[in-house]
Design a binder for this molecule. Structure first.
Ligand SMILES: C[S@@+](CC[C@H](N)C(=O)[O-])C[C@H]1O[C@@H](n2cnc3c(N)ncnc32)[C@H](O)[C@@H]1O
Length: 216
């Protein structure tokens, strides 16, 4: 059969998404909807992002085997697990989540995947990301910032890429020796990236500005 415009993509991202069924990273009441292309509630007013959005972000991120990756907004653990699959055992993935209960649950979900080179931890109070010597090769941010966070730019290694929604625009940030280059990749609606302390149960306030799609 000739490949049409909508032919399914067979790449590392598609294979990772097939291997790591979203169902395993959802609360029981949401599992029947796992294969619907929409955000699903995971508690604390947070969501498991829409699969097509996750795929688009991972493709922009272009994660090579062996990369050191930071996953900001780990939630259910699904994106952390997908990243872990993409980097393989020679890489590492640190997922950070600001809700204590979600961080625990996401870590438990991740632990069932048998990829000990990935971990999910509670985000550090008052710090966005977690600075490491040499920086991260890839940074994925699954919540919308109001502006490009300087703190995360500083954690991006030379040669690194970061994918982050800023307000309603998906940005790819590439760092090289000359500096930082930013490009825009479509319009999305995300839950907000919160830059205050981690919390047990305070849900993030809804963003009511021009939602183009359900928040992811
Ligand atoms: C769209 S949801 C998570 C999707 C997640 N990647 C998944 O696969 O389920 C975004 C998450 O970002 C978290 N978040 C928001 N601000 C954060 C921050 N500063 N540090 C860590 N997590 C944050 C929220 O609590 C929420 O769980």
């Amino acid at each position: 059969m000739a490949q049409g415009r909508d032919a399914p993509v067979d790449d590392a991202v598609a294979r990772a998404m097939t291997a790591l069924d979203r169902r395993r990273f959802l609360p029981p009441d949401q599992r029947p909807h796992a294969h619907e292309d929409r955000p699903l509630a995971i508690g604390h007013e947070q969501t498991s992002s829409q699969p097509s959005t996750v795929a688009a972000m991972l493709r922009l991120l272009a994660v090579p085997p062996g990369a050191r990756v930071l996953d900001v907004g780990a939630g259910s653990g699904w994106t952390t697990a997908l990243l872990a699959r993409l980097v393989g055992p020679t890489g590492s993935v640190l997922g950070l989540e600001r809700h204590r209960d979600l961080a625990r649950w996401g870590a438990a979900n991740l632990s069932t995947t048998g990829m000990p080179w990935a971990a999910i931890e509670l985000a550090d109070e008052g710090t966005l990301g977690r600075p490491v010597v040499g920086g991260y090769d890839r940074v994925l941010v699954s919540a919308a910032a109001t502006e490009l966070p300087e703190a995360l730019l500083e954690q991006l290694a030379v040669g690194g890429r970061m994918v982050i929604p800023v307000r309603h625009t998906m940005l790819l940030v590439e760092r090289d020796r000359a500096g930082v280059r930013t490009s825009e990749h479509g319009s999305y609606s995300f839950v907000p990236l919160v830059t205050t302390s981690p919390t047990r149960d305070a849900g993030a306030p809804p963003d009511r500005r021009r939602p183009r799609r359900p928040r992811t």
